[in-house]
Design a protein around this ligand. Sequence first.
Ligand SMILES: [Zn+2]
Length: 291
Amino acid sequence: MRFVDNTFIDLPDGWEDRAESATEALVDGTIVADDRSSVWKALKESLEELSNGRCWYCETNIPRTDNAVDHYRPKGKVQGVEFSEDEKTLARYNLNPEHSGYKWAAFKHENFRFSCQHCNEYRKDLQGTGGGKWNYFPLVNEPERAYDELDEDNEVPVLLDPCKRLEWRLLSYDKSGVPFSRFEKDSPEDIKVRLSIRLYHLDQKRLNEGRVGQWRLFKPLIDDAKKWYLKKLRQDQGADACFEKELRKVGMWFHPKSKNTYLGFLVYQLEQDKDKDTLHPWIGELIRTVG
Ligand SMILES: [Zn+2]
């Protein structure tokens, strides 16, 4: 996961009016959200463009599909979920009072996330436990659940949100690309990270391998930039220009239009660089610019 800036989205002519009337009808109970799915589907391409076709949750390149617009706050009945006592399986429970969905947010573009089916749809894995975001929307503190738009800001969602500038930085990864929580057991951050990994299935083998594969391709660029940086410090001829060229290549990887993926992992790897704070302070600067 990495930050996706959804501040500006291209809205088709008349879209806001259609969204507003759909919201009214949904809140009135004259329609169900899916009756007007054309409203969110109309933004699919605009959302897709913001990440160059990658899932905002797991960064996988998404094959063309009709169901790529996920509602961060569920549009339908919300199902309670938490870890079971064994800390591995998920326990589902009914919310009390029942929550029929975040109707006020069903047609709000700020609530849309471009997502692969693996991250947003319910499924059972081999252990028979439910995964996928589906209609789960756990909160750090369940009694703060919003049943009304005015109370929405009281909620602290558990699921990591790629549209929050800093939240993706809560994820840590081991050398095999497997995400984990670095936070104190059962602290709010720990619950957020562990449950997000589980519900988005961020520790899926394919993703772990993909992350490591990208790092293998990316690391030589960093090694070259390091080499030229040291030469530049020694004022070797041409070293300044060569360092800039290497840095440019690195920057291309992180450009929103780049084809490269699993950038959250690459940033995390850069942060672990042992020379970052001593020999190569430019790495810290680089991280600040790509975040
Ligand atoms: Zn995904």
